[in-house]
Design a protein around this ligand. Structure first.
Ligand SMILES: C[S@@+](CC[C@H](N)C(=O)[O-])C[C@H]1O[C@@H](n2cnc3c(N)ncnc32)[C@H](O)[C@@H]1O
Length: 198
């Protein structure tokens, strides 16, 4: 007999930018944590006002695929990566029919050594753990700060606007281009430009 999980693999759905997304168990919920949906809804406008020309995009840590889904219609090609196989599966389901390749792996590892994109987008994990044991992940942020410009010309990073000091601490050379109030912490969208970008 099928277990309830086999019959109904979707935990719940959420809406962003007029689209409905499914969530699998264990995948980051951008509606509950607010930053994901806020970032997704602001992204097309930020790309336009920042005059970032979109050919190719990589969405690092794609989760449900919400950011990749929003940029897919305005980009030539999108690659979405995540280290969690559950997220990769969930994103692939949500992104079916769009020109998005979903790849499993750590940060930029799924990209080929000569693969370079116009824009890197990332809403990295900020708090890990539950209840009293929440902590930030400086190692992941530090690696993202070190590596992104090897793979992309521009970066749009979602991060709490009231904690720019952490970005500075891990070595990001970025500036705030948009601050979005949410019911929780304000979301900052930070821009970085690779030294070699045109
Ligand atoms: C805060 S969630 C954001 C998900 C989605 N981009 C959004 O905005 O809703 C961060 C995502 O990064 C993924 N992640 C964590 N560490 C990673 C790593 N080293 N490489 C790639 N993805 C990673 C997590 O699995 C998670 O899906």
């Amino acid at each position: 007999m099928l277990s309830p999980r086999q019959i109904a693999p979707w935990r719940r759905t959420f809406e962003a930018c007029g689209q409905r997304f499914h969530l699998r168990r264990g995948v980051f919920d951008p509606a509950r944590h607010l930053s994901g949906v806020a970032f997704a809804e602001a992204l097309p406008h930020v790309i336009e006002t920042q005059q970032i020309e979109l050919g190719t995009v990589v969405d690092v840590g794609t989760g449900s695929g919400v950011l990749a889904a929003v940029v897919a219609p305005i980009a030539q090609h999108v690659i979405a990566t995540d280290i969690d196989p559950r997220a990769v599966r969930c994103a692939a389901e949500n992104l079916a029919g769009l020109d998005v390749e979903v790849r499993l792996g750590d940060l930029f590892e799924p990209l080929g050594i000569h693969e370079r994109v116009d824009l890197v987008i990332a809403n990295p994990p900020y708090e890990i753990g539950d209840g009293d044991h929440r902590y930030t992940s400086p190692d992941l942020l530090r690696r993202l700060a070190e590596q992104w410009a090897t793979y992309g010309d521009h970066l749009l990073l979602g991060f709490p606007a009231d904690d720019a000091a952490s970005l500075d601490f891990v070595g990001f050379d970025v500036h705030l281009v948009e601050e979005i109030p949410t019911a929780g912490r304000p979301l900052g969208i930070y821009r970085g430009d690779a030294p070699c970008a045109g």
